[in-house]
Design a protein around this ligand. Structure first.
Ligand SMILES: [Zn+2]
Length: 366
């Protein structure tokens, strides 16, 4: 079955709203709709990075055959999503689609209503630093292979390690992409890089060039400036869907941090986002459903956050995460969220946005 959602084809693109005068701090509630009972919209995604990608980051060579991301981790994610009745988005690395047994996992994902989005061809850890031609090859090869092998024209992109810039955004926009979801608007990510570098015993963990500046980007969907990805710009055909952070504090809010800090951390962050009606854009990494001992993973990966937790605990935690998100948000694929967010931004105007922030702050204080 080929995945096709008619809502994508009828998504109207913005044309008249000027949001560029708003600051990044005023932006955290720009999607705030009038008060109503309908839950806010959200999406859950999975980055399909392999153990080999992590090994490169930690500074050692590793060959995972059979590839346990495809034999174990992704089938577990599919099962959890199936149980919950949730459609999600899988960010696919093109290189991994060459093998038929890997492709079969994504065929199953499509058959179950999930979205596939582009996560480059080879997962370069410093995507923003590539030349235009190198970026083009990374995006286009994956796009074309997915179209040829799976019959899907992907509409979304996430750069490896959140390392994205305005050139990359311009490129995917020219290729017809509707959204980018690479910006992680948290300066804490740079600190996280440093910690991982230390935990990898000062090996070559490549520090990412654009993470720090993108850490100050709006924390809700926005039309990025053509000059600076982290700034608001004129309405355009590409929308940025930043991954979630805690409102105001800008602490990262995604699966890896959930494994490190537990269910209470997630529950409080989710409630805060929902009270502010900030769209959920929560992402996991496929490796989070591998067990270090249960799946006989190389012990050099034991330093990876959450890797030492028992697999059964991780399955339970991720299952509960998805169910809680489903209770609080109206979940959809990331492409559908992008479409809805673009339409909301088009309808909004700058005068309405600032009172939205005040209302949310007031609600939190009382
Ligand atoms: Zn990745």
């Amino acid at each position: 079955m080929k995945y096709s959602d008619p809502r994508h084809r009828h998504c109207t693109l913005p044309s008249t709203v000027d949001l560029s005068s708003l600051s990044m701090f005023e932006s955290d509630n720009s999607i705030t709709p009038p008060p109503h009972s309908e839950p806010p919209s959200g999406t859950i995604s999975v980055d399909c990075d392999t153990l080999e990608d992590y090994a490169r980051g930690y500074g050692f060579e590793f060959c995972d055959r059979p590839n346990r991301i495809f034999t174990d981790a992704l089938p577990r994610f599919l099962e959890v999503f199936r149980e919950a009745g949730v459609r999600a988005t899988f960010f696919v690395i093109g290189r991994d689609l060459v093998e038929p047994e890997h492709r079969a996992v994504f065929e199953q994902a499509l058959a179950e209503g999930h979205e596939l989005a582009n996560h480059t061809w080879s997962h370069p850890r410093q995507f923003a630093g590539l030349t235009w031609g190198e970026k083009y090859q990374e995006v286009r090869r994956t796009h074309d292979l997915v179209a040829a092998q799976l019959g899907v024209e992907m509409q979304g992109f996430r750069a490896p390690c959140y390392d994205m810039n305005s050139d990359g955004a311009m490129l995917i926009e020219r290729l017809g992409y509707r959204y980018d979801s690479s910006v992680h608007p948290s300066p804490v990510v740079s600190m996280f890089d440093l910690v991982v570098w230390i935990k990898s015993f000062f090996r070559k963990w490549e520090l990412r060039s654009n993470c720090l500046v993108n850490g100050f980007a709006p924390a809700v969907p926005y039309f990025p400036s053509t000059d600076s990805l982290w700034r608001r710009g004129e309405p355009r055909s590409l929308i940025e869907l930043p991954t979630n952070v805690w409102p105001w504090l800008r602490i990262p809010f995604y699966g890896t941090w959930h494994l490190m800090f537990g269910a209470g951390w997630f529950r409080n962050g989710l409630n805060l986002l929902a009270r502010c009606r900030i769209p959920l854009n929560y992402h996991f990494h496929a490796v989070e459903l591998l067990g270090l001992h249960e799946d006989a993973i190389d012990l050099r990966f034991s330093c990876h956050p959450g890797m030492q937790l028992p697999l059964v605990a991780k399955i339970e935690l991720i299952r509960n995460t998805i169910l809680s998100a489903q209770d609080t948000y109206r979940l959809m694929t990331t492409a559908e969220l992008a479409c809805e967010a673009a339409e909301n931004l088009t309808r909004s105007n700058a005068v309405e946005l600032i009172p939205g922030l005040s209302a949310c702050e007031e609600a939190l204080c009382h």
